[in-house]
Structures are given as C-alpha cells and as structure tokens.
Design a protein around this ligand. Structure first.
Ligand SMILES: [Zn+2]
Length: 274
C-alpha cells in the first residue's frame, strides 16, 4: 500500500525518470480487477493521455500525482503498483493500465488488494485526494506538537490510537502500514483509548510519528513495499508481516498480531501494554 514514505519516494523517482517524456500509447486493463477504482472508463484514458508530455510528479499523503501537459493529471493511490520498465522489456501479460513513452520505455500498473487510478483534465473532485494534497504533512514544520495536540483534542475521547492515526486520513499518508512502527516507537498499544494517554505519552506519540515517518522516507519506503523500479524499500520494518512471530528488538517477547478495525495490528505485548 502506498503510504506517505512510499508516495514521496515514488513521486521523486517518477520526477527523475519520466519528466519530458511523451506518451505514445495507452493500453486498458487486460482483465477485470474488482478492487481497482477508475474515475472513468480506463479504455478512454488513451484519448486523454496520448501525445501528452510528463511535466512533474509528486507524492503527497497516499497519492502519487503526475502532472502532464494540457493540465492533465494521472493520479494513483493505495494498492496500485506502478512499475517502470526500461527499453527492450517485454510487455507483461497482466496489468490494469500500461503506458508507453517515446523512448521505448513503459510503465505498468497492477493492483495489490485495492487501489485507484484517476486520469483527468483540470480537476477531479475526490475527498481523499484533496485531503492528501491540501492537508499539512506530518513531515513539515507546521505539523508541530501544538498542531498534533489540537488534532487529538478535536476527536472523540474513546477512539483508539489506531483510529486516531489511520482512519479518516486525519494525518495524510498515515495508514495501517506505517502506524505499526509509529506506535511501537511510542510504546503505545494500537487499542489504547486516546483519553487514557498521559501528556508524556502524547508527546512520545508525536515524536514517534515524526521520527518514524522521516526514517521510512529516508529509507526510500518500507521493506514490505515496492518502489517505482520494483525494489523493496530500505527501511526495515520492526512490526509487519515480515517480523510477525519474531522477537521484539527491545525485550525479546514475541511480536503479536490481532485483527482490529479492518486490518491486522502488530504489537509487542510487553513494550506496548494495553
Ligand atoms: Zn518488546
């Protein structure tokens, strides 16, 4: 899943690789994938994209946004895997979208679990995209302790730490992936109610949010996710499917997993007491 560290990483990679290239062909889905969300018929994307030149790309929140000539946009989010292929690479058998460029390279799009591909001219009204693009990023200076505390104070007191971090896109780009290590580094169990957090714990959570996201971004994303070139990120996750059942790096207790709020949460029962 694309979360903030992956969005930023992929945005930069696209910017460095595709800018100034012109789209020569666009191929629609080879098969129906129920949980790939398009903003319109993907077979019509060709009309909007062929002949357009890539101008810039940026990752924000859970979106990677590519701007093309003629104020046209290509925007992907969540489980879309957008992968670059160099010259002389064979076209894959399966994809949800494939775009070729005037230097004999192409990008292919596949979906892991669920995700979306939007192609549009000028603007497209979508709540999550607007939130991703316009909210204050947790990595910028404006997102400080006071901002974070106000964000907490606006929420119902009985929501959990996981709900605070990962639902409603309150914090753009933070989802069920990155929250695991953020909560581990803060020493807070994902099911802890936010009213039970002490001032010290809120401050720890704020620091862990900033520092963990920065480390993940500096590492080019998490080791559970692939980047634009198909490589895993270099940030080694502490809590993820990769480490489930292994020992906690702090206390040697076993890393646990629970189904909670529509996704797995991983935690150390000793370092993150409920
Ligand atoms: Zn532990």
């Amino acid at each position: 899943m694309i979360e903030l560290p992956e969005a930023i990483t992929i945005g930069k990679q696209v910017q460095d690789t595709l800018v100034n290239l012109t789209i020569t062909e666009v191929l629609g889905p080879t098969h129906l994938h129920k949980f790939t969300f398009f903003n319109s018929d993907p077979n019509l994307f060709r009309d909007l994209l062929v002949g357009k030149q890539i101008k810039s790309a940026e990752g924000k929140g859970i979106f990677v946004d590519i701007r093309l000539s003629d104020n046209t946009f290509l925007s992907i989010f969540d489980g879309i895997n957008m992968k670059y292929a160099g010259p002389n690479t064979e076209i894959p058998d399966k994809y949800q979208l494939l775009i070729t460029f005037d230097n004999d390279t192409f990008i292919s799009f596949t979906t892991r679990m669920y995700g979306g591909i939007y192609v549009f001219k000028d603007s497209f009204d979508n709540k999550y995209r607007t939130q991703s693009l316009e909210s204050i990023s947790p990595l910028c200076e404006e997102f400080n302790q006071a901002y974070f505390e106000e964000l907490i104070s606006k929420e119902k007191k009985d929501i959990s730490a996981k709900a605070l971090l990962a639902s409603e896109q309150r914090i753009p780009g933070v989802g069920n992936g990155v929250l695991q290590d953020i909560l581990f580094n803060a020493g807070i169990h994902p099911k802890r109610k936010i009213f039970s957090l002490s001032d010290r714990e809120k401050s720890n959570l704020f620091q862990a949010l900033k520092n963990t996201l920065q480390a993940m971004t500096d590492g080019g994303g998490r080791d559970t996710e692939s980047d634009f070139f198909g490589n895993k990120g270099k940030y080694k996750t502490i809590l993820s499917k990769n480490t489930y059942g292994m020992s906690c790096p702090h206390c040697n207790d076993k890393i646990h997993k629970d189904a909670y709020m529509g996704g797995s949460v991983y935690f150390c029962p000793t370092c993150q007491k409920l």
